[in-house]
Design a binder for this molecule. Structure first.
Ligand code: ADP
Length: 270
């Protein structure tokens, strides 16, 4: 009886220690799993443009005596794929910095109306060159604390997406308003819209609703996860809803004084 009791205790203590170690290991295993998935996705995204560039270069090498004009198609494709690689590596670096919390922030008191006028202006010309209209709605006079470079990057992502997923002849509107101790930056488009069941997932790394369409427009599925990170560095939030009668509306809500509690960035939201 004694031997059996000892054996049962022994088994129980082994079971307990396995269970305890699983509990302590779980977050480590989870983050390790996330890292592995991230590296896998990144490698996959890098491989496609690299393979295309390699194929095009090999094609060029098979016809060394052709004039450049006759090789223009291959050169143009290799060039656009190398631009895609450049954008991808920039985005991957931004996310790596967000994971290691090593980004240097520079929060400044900013006159929002001036800042928006200055940042939206260059995109107006790009939109016009694509047959689309970009408008900045009148903004009331208020100041907010922000890292201007990061908010500029956020606007770049939202406006770029609004243009990518909208047809010619449509209008994209940027507006901002005060809501108590917070302010909202709103980017509205009349484009293809996002189904309700996709609206949460589009902020996930590498997630694209339609990957072939996104690829055609130069997308890599990282823009909105970077946007989400920038917003969380400012202790704000970002959400998307449907625009009526068609399109999407991205609403970013930021505190007027975003510089407080700087180091409490919550990575679980990325
Ligand atoms: P991508 O580089 O593919 O655009 P993002 O992370 O910026 O990556 O966006 C993720 C996905 O969300 C896009 O692939 C697209 O399917 C969808 N999306 C983002 N913005 C819009 C928009 N304004 N209208 C419609 N779909 C959008």
């Amino acid at each position: 009886v004694m031997l059996i009791t000892m054996g049962v205790f022994w088994l129980l203590s082994i079971a307990m220690s396995i269970w305890m170690s699983r509990l302590t290991m779980r977050p480590i295993l989870k983050s390790w799993g996330r890292q592995t998935e991230f590296v896998g996705n990144a490698a996959h995204e890098l491989r496609t443009p690299l393979t295309i560039i390699q194929n095009k270069l090999e094609l060029l090498l098979t016809k060394p005596n052709d004039k450049i004009i006759d090789q223009a198609e291959s050169i143009a494709v290799a060039n656009s794929e190398s631009q895609r690689l450049q954008k991808l590596t920039q985005d991957l670096l931004a996310l790596a910095r967000s994971d290691s919390n090593t980004v240097q922030t520079n929060f400044e008191s900013t006159q929002v109306a001036n800042f928006l006028a200055y940042t939206v202006e260059p995109y107006t010309e790009i939109a016009a060159s694509q047959g689309k209209q970009l408008e900045l709605a009148p903004v009331e006079d208020f100041t907010a604390t922000m890292d201007q470079n990061l908010i500029h990057q956020l606007m770049n992502i939202l406006i770029d997406n609004a243009m990518k997923y909208s047809p010619q002849g449509s209008t994209i509107t940027v507006s901002a308003k005060l809501t108590g101790r917070k302010w909202q930056l709103v980017v509205t488009d009349q484009g293809i819209g996002i189904k309700a069941n996709e609206r949460q997932r589009i902020f996930d790394r590498f997630y694209r609703v339609d990957s072939s369409r996104s690829r055609q427009t130069g997308g890599n599925g990282l823009g909105l996860s970077i946007a989400n990170w920038i917003v969380s560095l400012h202790h704000g939030n970002i959400a998307v809803k449907a625009n009526s009668p068609q399109g999407s509306q991205f609403v970013t809500t930021l505190p007027l004084n975003a510089s407080t509690g700087l180091n409490r960035h919550d990575k679980s939201k990325d």
